[in-house]
Design a binder for this molecule. Structure first.
Ligand code: UDP
Length: 330
């Protein structure tokens, strides 16, 4: 790559793991992050950190020029589904409008490659499981819509300008860097595995199970949990594809083609920790589909990337090790 990779949101959970993967692979990286939810200590010291909002056109464009940015990986954004329901305009600003500004900066400065953090929430309630990229995208919350609108912008911008993109639709991202360099550190996290390892380290007294009457084998919700380091590796692989075939863009599910129920996840946490974490059975959470699992045949066909850490107990182990580190740190 003739220049650096600019990673927006590189101080956040998934972005910080992408920075590790890029630096490990020998890329030069500049991070743009406003540190609202991210942490400066989460940024690999091999990367340069610029503290700015991505809508700050002057700073973004100067960074692109000064660092000779040749690709953008765009992770910055807001990610809490219930919050998107109560404050939709925050999501249309931080996700949709901010990405519009970033894309304009990319086009004006001639950045040729763009990788985007999209989401399985673009599907809403999937018409079938596993879900394929060509299935209908009917988001059931503003978070999913804010990301789907960005996918539409990418498609149109790539048709009009010399830029190609890969939108990766993430399923349930979990775990932490196996070398312990980063992990899920977000304050007030809402995701199941994070909450379960918080319970395992005494930060909570129980885990709520939201819904026991879904149309799934054990009645609890089924999701496709992907290890964050596998997801980071998929980004590096996608970048290499964009460089090799500059006329083509891609929208790909990032998941493992297999699901686990909430109870199966909590069983794994009990196994790994040798504890019996208390489960509090509650009603369904608003907007939760019964099952969401990736058909991953498209990403396997497009990229040489292959899952390396698709083992639920391993995901839980890495999440737990990071949680213990955070607990020690206080
Ligand atoms: N879930 C749960 N208890 C929690 C958090 C999540 O039972 O404390 C369930 C949730 O209803 C869903 C699954 O775990 O079936 C994954 O939820 P999460 O919030 O981790 O990710 P989402 O699938 O909503 O993006």
């Amino acid at each position: 790559l003739n220049g650096k990779v600019m990673v927006t949101g590189g101080a956040g959970y998934i972005g910080s793991h992408a920075v590790l993967a890029l630096c490990d692979a020998g890329y030069d990286v500049v991070v743009i992050d406003n540190l609202v939810t991210g942490f400066d200590w989460a940024v690999d010291p091999r990367a340069t950190l610029v503290r700015a909002n991505i809508e700050d056109d002057a700073t973004v464009r100067a960074t692109i020029r000064d660092h000779r940015v040749a690709a953008i990986m765009h992770f910055a954004g807001s990610v809490v589904v219930p919050e998107s329901v109560s404050d939709p305009l925050k999501y249309y600003r931080n996700n949709t409008a901010a990405t519009r500004a970033l894309l304009e900066s990319a086009v004006v400065e001639g950045v040729p490659h763009f990788i985007f953090s999209s989401t399985a929430a673009t599907y809403g309630t999937p018409v079938k499981v596993p879900v394929v990229e060509t299935d209908p995208t009917v988001p059931i919350n503003p978070y999913g819509m804010s990301k789907l609108m960005t996918e539409a912008m990418l498609r149109d911008v790539a048709a009009a300008h010399p830029i190609n993109y890969c939108a990766l639709r993430y399923f349930n991202v979990a775990g932490a860097d196996p070398q312990g360099r980063s992990g899920q550190s977000t304050i007030g996290a809402t995701h199941l595995i994070k909450i379960a390892v918080e319970a395992a380290t005494g930060k909570r007294d129980a885990v709520s199970v939201f819904g026991t009457d879904f149309d799934t084998p054990d009645g609890t919700g089924v999701r496709d949990y992907i290890h964050v380091s596998d997801l980071a590796a998929a980004h590096v692989s996608a970048l290499e594809l964009l460089i090799a075939e500059p006329a083509k863009s891609h929208t790909l599910n990032a998941g493992y083609n297999r699901g686990f129920s909430v109870n199966e996840v909590l069983d794994a946490v009990d196994r790994v920790t040798n504890l019996t974490i208390q489960r509090r059975y509650e009603g369904r959470r608003a907007g939760d589909p019964a099952a969401l699992v990736a058909d991953n045949s498209a990403i396997l066909a497009a990229l040489p990337w292959r899952p390396q850490r698709d083992d639920l107990d391993g995901i839980v182990k890495d999440a737990l090790a990071w949680e213990r580190k955070l607990a020690e740190r206080g």
